[in-house]
Write a protein that binds this ligand. Structure first.
Ligand code: ADP
Ligand code: MG
Length: 234
């Protein structure tokens, strides 16, 4: 049983006369509740790969299964429904909604994507606020909290729908090293608590040491590097 399984997964971008092989025949499987880093320099294909796994961008060829479903040929509306049910996203620039409070930002997917009743929503948002240590900041707006706190809110928002898989594209790129390590540690704690699979990308070799499984990317070619059981030393 795997939560992500890819066979000879490829993605090409064609612009004018130029074809870019962004991902070249990647084959890998990821077990549930894994804590995985995709590491490579800018332009190596990290976002392309995460976007395919997140059903934001279809593969050019190959086969991709996510949370037990073959997603290779989903239509845009099928992809959107599948994402809403199964996948949480954390972005490098946090993507919080500025006019909503911390509480409302975390609540948002429960209203917009999953249509939970109000009482159940409140209970779930409070559980997530506590899990990321932001219960005292619930009424603040994003402009009133730090970058590290914004990313905590983003982690809570990604998990609030009970997503089985969380994808984080360079979640620490806009954070200092110490805050970055704290966010990665928080994600790992959330994995332990909720058994959610976390896949994150980074170009920072120090951040990747916190992962248990590391894949490297170079010019669209994927390689499994090692198993870092017991975690790293950043
Ligand atoms: P990374 O996230 O590791 O920086 P990307 O996945 O964004 O790398 O990009 C991989 C390659 O694909 C790069 O050469 C990039 O220029 C190219 N690329 C990414 N997205 C597009 C696009 N929408 N159109 C054309 N080329 C793209
Ligand atoms: Mg990228």
């Amino acid at each position: 049983m795997s939560i992500v399984s890819a066979q000879q997964l490829s993605k090409q971008y064609v612009s004018g006369d130029i074809t870019i092989q962004a991902i070249c025949e990647a084959t890998f499987t990821i077990a549930p509740a894994s804590f995985v880093a995709f590491v490579g320099p800018s332009g190596s294909g990290k976002s392309t790969l995460l976007n395919m796994i997140g059903c934001l961008d279809p593969p050019t060829s190959g086969k991709l299964e996510v949370v037990g479903k073959e997603v290779t040929n989903l239509s845009p509306s099928e992809s959107a429904a599948f994402r809403g049910e199964n996948i949480g996203f954390i972005f490098q620039d946090f993507n919080l909604i500025p006019i909503l409070t911390v509480f409302e930002n975390i609540e948002y997917p429960l209203i917009m994507v999953q249509n939970w009743p109000a009482a159940k929503r409140k209970q779930q948002v409070e559980k997530m606020l506590e899990a990321v240590g932001m219960q005292d900041q619930a009424g603040k707006y994003p402009s009133q909290i730090s970058g590290g706190q914004k990313q905590r809110v983003a982690v809570a928002r990604a998990l609030v729908t009970n997503a089985r898989l969380v994808l984080a594209d360079e979640p620490t790129a806009n954070l200092d090293r110490e805050t970055a390590n704290r966010i990665i540690t928080l994600m790992k704690t959330m994995r332990d608590e909720f058994s959610t699979t976390f896949l994150f990308s980074t170009h920072d070799p120090k951040v990747m040491n916190n992962a248990e499984i590391i894949f490297t990317l170079e010019d669209g070619r994927l390689q499994e590097k090692n198993h870092n059981h017991g975690g790293g030393h950043a």
